[in-house]
Design a protein around this ligand. Structure first.
Ligand SMILES: O=C(O)CCC(=O)C(=O)O
Ligand SMILES: [Fe+2]
Length: 553
């Protein structure tokens, strides 16, 4: 259960609480268990008991503040109640895999690979280097969109990666979502807002030159796997122009409940990323440490979990970077290390400004398996004209390895791909050239959606925030009454209680929920308020939705 403290004397807070109340009500009408407990401040201050000082709000005056079951805190919800409603949705609507789903997924994406490993004599780091394993991995990607390969690297490579990551922890910076990247261009205040959100809590470092310890061995292994997959009919089409990859991203999720909310890596299918590969480096990982990679069924709107993948030592998970694989990193209660690499389609990259520029920047993207950059570009281009334009973009000479193009093609010439040189040794195309390239390569510029809430809910919140009574705004989001299920007379299954007809009217005021002990069956056992950074005691491999705190006021 989400605990919410709000300042009842503040109009903005009350409006946010009203929205939250109405969403809670519509969720309940749809038969969902309660998701929030609302506490007016200062009476409800006991919610803060047991919280570490870093999590305690300095003041709750004019604020709506929420404590998530994982121990994460959402501050300032009065400004943006959507964040809180999103958390309620997740809590209420996420469905763990049924035994059938688990069996279906494991029988394709996990078990065949496990058996191949057991039958191989090659040992850690080598067992998967065979055509049959490439075929099984390709089949897993084709049918379930992901594959899990344990013991992927030789132990010494894993240890080198781990030590390298630990040694450079001090240089790591907060991982930024797409939203943060965009905010960066808008100024520091906006950026601060995004970074302060607990939507993504990892700290990261990119090894763009592949020089971090263990990196070369890791990248070589990944390239071999991808080349093997490219030879498999099941996925050959999708991997056809995947000749590129970025440097490895080392990410540590600190054990203070850090997470990464549900997302798709290549949200719009425009940034070129095709296949995501993540290697986990967590020794002695236990279910109570949290931090699973939670993979959902397609697409972003889906709340049905396909599989929770434990971030175990030397485990590689590969999955499509597209809408087929929405995923999140669940809150981690112990530091969690992952190294990710994205494999990139040259053809898709040509269609988008940022990814286009990356193709020409060896500091950002490398060609996999020592492939020739120029031939990869020629294959990525779709038409003769595109090939011509691509061929005119000059690769950097060794002498000028930090610069994109030879100096004679800089500003002064009319060369379509000339670039300006920056003092930070980054190079980029000039604005004039960019606009030519934009037309030639039909660059697409879609806005990235920030919130992945059901469009109806989002629309309701927007209407309510712009003056419509929340009851009217939310009325359209109440699901229609389910059709009665006719059971055979000898069935012992009891019919579910009928969901009451929604009866929200504009005249009805939101009700504030009673602060009673939560005795809901699904969420079972109310538990005393515990230190939020510690893992909920009843989290096991099968169920990772933490139980409610069950506070009684
Ligand atoms: O660490 C993981 O399991 C996945 C991380 C992730 O989804 C990302 O960095 O995009
Ligand atoms: Fe991701």
């Amino acid at each position: 259960m989400i605990q919410v403290l709000y300042d009842a004397s503040c109009a903005e807070c009350l409006r946010a609480i009203q929205l939250v109340s109405y969403r809670e009500e519509t969720l309940r009408m749809a038969g969902q268990a309660p998701t929030v407990q609302l506490h007016a401040w200062p009476q409800g201050e006991r919610v803060l008991q047991g919280l570490s000082s870093s999590k305690r709000p300095t003041s709750l005056s004019r604020k709506v503040w929420a404590l998530l079951p994982s121990g994460l805190v959402l501050g300032q919800c009065q400004e943006d109640p959507m964040r809180l409603i999103y958390e309620m949705e997740l809590l209420a609507l996420v469905r763990l895999p049924t035994p059938q789903i688990r069996q279906r997924v494991d029988s394709v994406a996990v078990l065949p690979l496990l058996m191949a490993k057991q039958h191989s004599k090659a040992g850690s780091g080598r067992w998967w280097r065979q055509a049959e394993v490439f075929r099984l991995t390709a089949a897993a990607l084709q049918k379930e969109h992901l594959a899990v390969l344990d013991d992927f690297l030789p132990e010494e490579t894993c240890h080198a990666l781990l030590l390298g990551a630990q040694a450079s922890r001090g240089e790591m910076v907060r991982g930024a979502t797409g939203a943060a990247g965009k905010a960066l261009t808008k100024g520091t205040e906006e950026l601060q807002k995004v970074l302060n959100e607990p939507s993504r809590g990892d700290v990261v470092k990119f090894s763009d030159d592949g020089n971090m310890p263990g990196c070369r061995g890791f990248l070589e292994a990944l390239d071999t796997l991808v080349e093997g997959l490219q030879g498999c009919q099941a996925v050959a089409d999708r991997l056809q122009h995947v000749d590129w990859a970025n440097g490895a991203m080392f990410a540590i999720y600190p054990g203070d409940s850090a997470r990464y909310i549900k997302h798709v890596d290549n949200t719009l299918g425009t940034d070129g990323r095709r296949l995501t590969a993540v290697l986990y480096l967590n020794k002695d990982w236990r279910p109570a440490d949290g931090g699973c990679l939670r993979v959902f069924e397609p697409t972003m709107q889906s709340c049905q979990v396909k599989r929770d993948v434990e971030p175990l030592w030397n485990r590689l998970v590969v999955f499509w970077s597209t809408q087929e694989v929405p995923h999140e990193v669940l809150s981690s209660f112990k530091d969690r290390l992952a190294v990710s690499v994205w494999f990139i389609c040259g053809r898709e990259s040509l269609r988008n400004e940022e990814s286009f520029q990356r193709l020409f920047n060896p500091q950002k993207l490398r060609c996999i398996a020592q492939r020739d950059r120029r031939s990869c570009l020629m294959q990525a281009a779709e038409t003769e004209e595109e090939r011509l334009w691509c061929s005119q973009c000059k690769a950097p000479s060794h002498r000028q390895s930090a610069v994109l193009f030879d100096s004679e093609s800089l500003e002064s010439t009319d060369h379509p791909c000339s670039c300006s040189q920056r003092s930070d040794a980054q190079a980029t195309f000039t604005p004039a050239k960019l606009s030519i390239l934009a037309r030639r390569f039909r660059w697409r510029r879609e806005e990235e959606p920030t919130w992945y809430i059901d469009v109806a809910i989002r629309a309701a919140v927007e209407k309510a925030l712009t003056g419509q009574h929340p009851a009217t705004a939310f009325a359209a989001t109440v699901p229609s009454r389910p059709k009665p299920v006719l059971l055979p007379t000898n069935s012992v299954t009891r019919a579910k209680p009928v969901v009451p007809e929604p009866s929200l009217t504009a005249a009805r005021m939101p009700r504030h929920f009673e602060l009673v002990e939560d005795d809901d069956d699904d969420n079972s056992n109310s538990a005393p308020l515990r230190h939020p950074a510690s893992p909920p005691a009843d989290m096991d491999a099968g169920c990772r939705i933490p139980i409610s705190f069950g506070i009684v006021d």
